[in-house]
Design a protein around this ligand. Structure first.
Ligand SMILES: NC(=O)c1ccc[n+]([C@@H]2O[C@H](COP(=O)([O-])OP(=O)(O)OC[C@H]3O[C@@H](n4cnc5c(N)ncnc54)[C@H](O)[C@@H]3O)[C@@H](O)[C@H]2O)c1
Length: 272
C-alpha cells in the first residue's frame, strides 16, 4: 500500500474510540507516527498499544490549556516536528442519557459543558498547534471535526449544533490567519453525519427497539445506512497528506448525501 503520510508526526484528540481511533489507525497504516490522546486512559492506552511502535498514548483533556502545552512540548522534544493535528474530541451532551437540549429548555450549565469540549477544545488545539508548528518550522495540517449539525439547525441539540457551527467558522479563521502570517499550515473541517460509533449508544439503547431506532435515524439519509468511522478516516488521511496541499479553509461533508437535499424538516409538536 502507498504510504501517504510517511515521515509525518500527528496528534489525534479523542482517539480512544470511534472516529478518533479510526483516524489514528489509518494514519499509522499510512506511515505516520501518531500520538493518540484522550481522557479515557485505559482505552486510549489499549488502542495505542494495538497500533504498535508507530503509536503512543498521552493523556489530554482538550479543555485544559496546561495539558495542551505539556503534550505539545513533549511531542516537539521527542519528534522535533508536529505535522498534523486532528481536533476530533467531542461530546453531544447526551452521554449520560438523552436530555432535552432545545433552545427553550437547555440549561446554561449543559450549554457551557458542550461548548467547553467542542469549541474551547478546538480553539486551544489550534492555538497550541500553530505555536508549536511555528516554533519547530513544521509544514502543518490542522483538521477540525465539525458535523453536519454545524451546517444546519438541530432543535433537540442546540448546544451541539452551535458548537459545531463555531468550529466550522474558526477553521476558516485559522486558515486565513496562518496564510496571513506566511505559515505553511492548512486548516480544514470535516462534517460527518450518522457515523456509527459509541457516541450513538445512549440514543440507540438496547433491546428490540434498537433496530427500529437505527432505521429511524437514517431514514433521511439517501444511502439509508450509518457511515463507518473508517469512511471518515479516509478523508482525514487525504486532508493530512500533501495531496491536499491546495485545500485550505474548506469543509467536506461525509453524510451519505443527507445535506444534498432538504428532507430534514423538523417534527411538529404533535409528532414529538
Ligand atoms: N458519530 C457521528 O455520527 C458524528 C457525527 C458528526 C460529528 N461527529 C464528531 O466526531 C467526533 C468523534 O465522534 P465519535 O462519534 O467518534 O464519538 P465517541 O463518543 O465515540 O468518541 C469521542 C472520544 O472523545 C473523548 N473525549 C470526550 N471528551 C474529551 C475531552 N474533554 N478531552 C479529550 N477527549 C475527550 C472520549 O473519551 C471518546 O474517546 C466528535 O467531535 C463528534 O462530535 C460524530
Amino acid at each position: 500500500m502507498m504510504k501517504r503520510l510517511e515521515g509525518k508526526t500527528a496528534l489525534v484528540t479523542g482517539a480512544a474510540r470511534g472516529i478518533g481511533s479510526a483516524i489514528a489507525t489509518a494514519f499509522v497504516e499510512n506511515g505516520a507516527f501518531v500520538y493518540l490522546t484522550d481522557i479515557d486512559d485505559a482505552l486510549g492506552q489499549e488502542m495505542a498499544a494495538s497500533l504498535g511502535e508507530q503509536a503512543r498514548y498521552l493523556h489530554l483533556d482538550v479543555r485544559d490549556e496546561g495539558q495542551w502545552q505539556s503534550v505539545m512540548a513533549q511531542i516537539i522534544e521527542e519528534c522535533a516536528v508536529l505535522n498534523v493535528l486532528v481536533n476530533n474530541a467531542g461530546i453531544t451532551g447526551f452521554e449520560e442519557g438523552c436530555f432535552v437540549h432545545d433552545p427553550e429548555h437547555a440549561s446554561l450549565m449543559d450549554w457551557h459543558a458542550v461548548h467547553r469540549t467542542n469549541l474551547d477544545g478546538v480553539f486551544l488545539g489550534c492555538k497550541q498547534a500553530i505555536q508549536a508548528m511555528r516554533r519547530s518550522a513544521s509544514v502543518g495540517a490542522i483538521i477540525n471535526i465539525s458535523s453536519r449539525s454545524g451546517l444546519v439547525g438541530i432543535p433537540a441539540a442546540a448546544a451541539y449544533a452551535s458548537s459545531k457551527a463555531a468550529v466550522r467558522n474558526h477553521t476558516k479563521t485559522v486558515a486565513l490567519y496562518c496564510a496571513e502570517q506566511g505559515l505553511p499550515i492548512r486548516c480544514n473541517s470535516i462534517h460527518p453525519a450518522a457515523i456509527l460509533t459509541p457516541m450513538w449508544e445512549p440514543m440507540l439503547g438496547e433491546g428490540p427497539e434498537r433496530e427500529i431506532r437505527m432505521r429511524e435515524f437514517v431514514q433521511d439519509c439517501p444511502m439509508r445506512r450509518f457511515g463507518r468511522p473508517e469512511e471518515v478516516a479516509a478523508v482525514a488521511v487525504m486532508l493530512a497528506s500533501d495531496e491536499a496541499a491546495y485545500m485550505n479553509g474548506s469543509e467536506l461533508n461525509i453524510d451519505g448525501g443527507i445535506l444534498a437535499g432538504t428532507v430534514a424538516t423538523p417534527k411538529t409538536a404533535s409528532e414529538t
